[in-house]
Design a protein around this ligand. Structure first.
Ligand code: HXC
Length: 256
């Protein structure tokens, strides 16, 4: 298959998916996200043993397409977010490891797609971050959930709350990327890493990926389940009754 804004190329068992919309710094629109879904499905069908995700020209992905987003209604924005989630989920659930080769701007939805990959290698001139807050929105392609997993809570909150754009070295310091290489070395390094992964026993590697993905899923589910229990368990206690009664009666509560 072929697409207008995405290419899928093979080197042996390694597939490279390139976002190819350089005039818009590879900003993601509906067409590009749908093409990514199809390209990922094709790479899966063809049994890729590793996949590299990168961008054409000097950007990785400069974000979701702001020109497309600016007039969306709430319902349209919901569908849009779901499409982005589906693509990020497909990257995360791709059976073989996915390496993000971050060759330039990885902002907003670009940072979120990188966070859904297994490993991240950045060129030294790359700029990575979540500027959504300054557009009056929040990360909507999974960043609020995946960024803390990758970069840790404090760094992720700073990046998202402050709309930070980090240079590659700083991104490496917080763990948002695994390694930084010279701009001219990025393609070769990402290919070498993918080739090394492709030589590992495929079943064991897929098993390791599935198991590690499950760890994140499980803890999220467990955390939400625990929250529900704690929340519901407080109903009927003195403080819950007193607190809510005091609010309704417009007075200060007297807690135990
Ligand atoms: C649409 C974009 C774009 C984007 C760049 N372009 N980023 N178009 N959406 N996210 C377009 C520009 O409009 C311009 O088009 C062309 O690409 C080149 O960009 P310039 O701004 O001229 O380049 P430069 O001066 O080098 O600046 C690069 C930049 C800047 C720093 C990356 O473009 C920028 O700040 N972009 C927005 C980054 C951002 O906020 N991303 C997060 C988006 S929100 P023309 O036609 O003028 O040549 C997001 C939400 C995800 O991702 C979740 C949704 C649910």
């Amino acid at each position: 298959m072929s697409w207008e804004t995405v290419t899928l190329e093979w080197d042996g068992d390694v597939a490279t998916l390139t976002i190819d919309r350089p005039d818009a710094l590879n900003a993601l629109n509906v067409e590009t996200l749908e093409a990514m879904q199809e390209a990922l499905a094709e790479a899966k069908r063809e049994d890729a043993r590793a996949l590299v995700l990168t961008g054409a020209g000097n950007a990785f992905i400069a974000g979701a397409d702001i020109k497309y987003m600016q007039d969306l209604s709430t319902e349209e924005a919901l569908e849009w977010g779901e499409l982005g989630h589906a693509v990020a989920d497909a990257i995360e659930a791709f059976p073989a490891p996915v390496v993000a080769a971050i060759n330039g701007f990885a902002l907003g939805g670009g940072c979120e797609m990188a966070a859904a990959c297994d490993l991240r290698v950045a060129a030294e001139s790359a700029v990575i971050g979540q500027p959504e807050i300054d557009l009056g929105i929040v990360p909507g392609f999974g960043g609020t959930q995946r960024l803390p997993e990758v970069a840790g809570e404090e760094a992720a909150r700073r990046i998202i709350y402050l709309g930070q754009r980090l240079d590659a070295e700083t991104a490496a310091e917080v763990g948002l990327v695994g390694e930084v290489v010279g701009d001219d070395e990025l393609d070769a390094r990402a290919s070498d890493l993918a080739a090394e992964l492709a030589e590992k026993p495929a079943l064991a590697l897929r098993g390791a990926k599935r198991a590690m993905n499950q760890r994140a899923e499980g803890s999220k589910e467990a955390g939400l389940g625990y929250e529900r229990e704690v929340f519901a368990g407080l109903f009927g206690t003195h403080d819950q009754r007193e607190g809510m009664e005091a609010f309704v009666e417009d007075r200060d509560p007297s807690f135990k």
